[in-house]
Design a protein around this ligand. Structure first.
Ligand code: GUN
Length: 297
């Protein structure tokens, strides 16, 4: 068997095309586009490259986009004041503070200061709670788990009654995707197991999975014999395992032994080009949803 590849790059294109139509509708109906502010503190190259991509995508969709770069030594009080300014700005529907923040700033304090109704990252405790309640309450899902669920749905994988095994229990991926897959609703209704570093027999759990979601950050953790034949495998890992000397670019590997897994799984996400491109896409989707919510009030 050769697994069908679930391409994040292709699904991103589909979703961005849908969002472009929505942005036009919003502009026509309300006279203004969705507004997103990205706040970057300092000059970490990785953060700059993430933020640049977010800004570029927002602009390409026709958003009102503010890139608010702040110096590394900005005080916590000044950053809190900046967030309050955007909380009160009617043209801004999404506020994103790029993480990590410098050590002198308490990132929890900053994230908790964002109006939960503009928290398009869905990191605020109110949105974590709303996600747990599910249904209409869950206005924003965190972007990487939301992207994973879109990939599962758009690849035609049956989730209702499916055994889902999530490897990893982070606040950003493992815990939220487990909750989302167990909720009532489309692309959910699954039976979910979370496994982690203290799990006694990782292999035995993974072998049961109709849908295996791996977010452990350990290259090649999942061996081919752990994969149930015909299952759907979602690999969230992005591990730098070396450098391509010709291109100077990092060589990336997921958490799954991809080449071997392709021979057993029914559907699989590659690394790169799998879950990665979905995160920013879902940030855009959350911002469009937020704009509709705010502008229709
Ligand atoms: N840093 C790395 N990933 C993310 C993300 O998804 N959101 C924010 N705000 N910061 C990040």
């Amino acid at each position: 068997m050769t697994a069908e590849i679930i391409s994040g790059t292709e699904i991103r294109k589909e979703i961005l095309a849908e969002l472009e139509v929505e942005v036009k509708e919003i502009k026509e109906k309300y006279g203004k586009p969705p507004g997103l502010v990205t706040i970057l503190v300092g000059s970490s190259p990785a953060s700059i490259s993430y933020v640049t991509l977010k800004v570029k995508t927002a602009i390409s969709l026709g958003f009102h986009e503010i890139q608010d770069d702040q110096p590394e030594d900005i005080s916590e009080a000044d950053l809190l004041a900046l967030i309050e300014k955007y909380n009160n700005d009617d043209d801004i529907h999404g506020i994103l503070v790029q993480l990590p923040l410098p050590k002198h700033i308490d990132d929890k304090k900053i994230l908790n200061a964002i109006n939960p109704d503009k928290d398009v990252d869905a990191f605020h405790p109110v949105n974590v709670g709303r996600l747990m309640i599910g249904g209409e309450e869950a206005i924003f899902a965190p972007c990487t788990p939301a992207g994973i669920q879109e990939m599962i749905v758009r690849s035609g994988t049956e989730t209702s009654g499916a055994e889902v095994v999530v490897v990893g229990r982070s606040n950003i991926v493992g815990k939220p995707i487990a909750i989302m897959m167990a909720q009532k609703g489309v692309g959910a209704n699954s039976t979910v197991t979370i496994v982690h570093t203290r799990t006694k027999d990782l292999a035995a759990h993974c072998k049961r999975a109709d849908i295996l979601i791996v977010a452990a950050g350990v290259p090649n953790l999942v061996k081919p014999e752990w994969i149930k034949p015909g299952s759907t495998v979602i690999d969230v890992g992005v591990n730098r395992v070396g450098m391509n000397e010709k291109t100077g670019k990092a060589i990336l590997r997921g958490d799954v032994d991809y080449d071997e897994a392709c021979k057993i799984a029914g559907k699989i996400t590659p690394v790169p080009g799998g879950v990665g491109p979905m995160t920013i896409t879902m940030l855009m989707k959350n911002t469009v949803k937020s704009a509709r919510m705010h502008l229709s009030k």
